[in-house]
Design a protein around this ligand. Structure first.
Ligand SMILES: [Zn+2]
Ligand SMILES: [Zn+2]
Length: 316
């Protein structure tokens, strides 16, 4: 697997996210881009200056699948109608991920990746440093949580800002295709694929503290922090891996919520139990978009139907 750096304008990023496509004038050879390669979407320098993202030019990566030749520019015009140009090659991708926001020039890499050349391969001696920011891509011996930790420790940007940006960017990818449920078919049944990065980002964002009771294993003297994430709308009820549907809780609260199945009052951020008990949720700002909350609920209705129809079960 190779990692490539692609320059992209801010006006084109939304379409990349919505369609999982990119466009190039010419194909790189020796090596070529192969299926499974990672394409880093790097904001062009002028846009990075304009949007104050000099330290966070890269926030998304695409997983390359295959090329399509755009003979007459029709595909380019369809996806990027305002670009004022067309490209010879369309890169179709089969997925994408948000990264811990970073800029290549801030990582003390051996090679220089600035300039206009598109695309540019990340040389093997630099790959390891870059990998920590690509939390969706497994790195031998490192858990997602470890990767997030290392990336943030060395990051040129503020930790809270970086985490919230990664969480919201993850949401943007989910929202680009809300009704598509990814599942893996194992011999006996279909399983829903889970997003492994978002729970890790949220736990780190809340410093592993329970949003209900504030419980913190570190404060109690344990060596490692521990918390869990709970889907407000359960996955089997159509709830998505979207930050407006996920909260960080201690194992005790997680168990009791599943046992008692309280109603969640989204306006007040309160769990209302059947016996009248109310429990309020601390929110550091990841749960406060009423429009998104409504959308997440609407998507859940459609997803629940599909889950039932396809007889998909929940993977562990
Ligand atoms: Zn708790
Ligand atoms: Zn749960």
């Amino acid at each position: 697997m190779n990692i490539w750096r692609l320059n992209v304008r801010s006006t084109q990023i939304t379409e990349c996210i919505n369609s999982w496509k990119f466009a190039l004038d010419s194909k790189p050879r020796n090596p070529e881009i192969q299926k499974g390669d990672v394409l880093l979407l790097q904001l062009v320098a002028s846009d990075a200056d304009k949007f104050d993202k000099r330290n966070s030019r890269i926030e998304f990566a695409l997983y390359f699948d295959h090329y399509e030749q755009d003979y007459d520019g029709a595909i380019s015009k369809y996806y990027w109608p305002n670009a004022g140009k067309t490209w010879h090659w369309i890169l179709h991708c089969n997925g994408m991920t948000s990264t811990i926001p970073f800029s290549l020039e801030k990582l003390n890499l051996i090679n220089n990746y600035s300039g206009q050349t598109n695309p540019m391969i990340i040389k093997s001696e630099d790959v390891n440093k870059v990998m920590f920011y690509l939390i969706g891509i497994p790195l031998k011996g490192e858990s997602i949580g470890d990767k997030i930790h290392t990336a943030l420790r060395d990051s040129a940007i503020d930790k809270e800002y970086a985490l919230l940006a990664a969480i919201k960017n993850n949401d943007r990818i989910v929202e680009s295709n809300p009704n598509q449920i990814n599942w893996t078919t194992v011999p006996a049944h279909k399983e829903i694929k889970r997003n492994a990065e978002l729970p890790c980002l949220l736990k780190e964002f809340y410093s592993f503290k329970c949003q209900i009771c504030g419980h913190d294993f570190l404060e109690e003297g344990y060596e490692h922090p521990y918390s869990e994430t709970h889907h407000i709308l359960w996955i089997l009820r159509g709830g998505m891996d979207h930050s407006n549907n996920l909260i960080v809780v201690c194992p005790n609260h997680h168990r009791i919520i599943h046992r008692e199945d309280p109603i969640f009052d989204r306006n007040k951020l309160v769990f209302v139990y059947k016996n009248g008990l109310n429990e309020h949720l601390e929110n550091e700002g990841h749960l406060n978009d009423p429009v998104l909350l409504q959308k997440v609920e609407q998507w859940a209705i459609e997803r629940e139907e599909q889950i039932k129809k396809e007889k998909i079960i929940l993977a562990n």
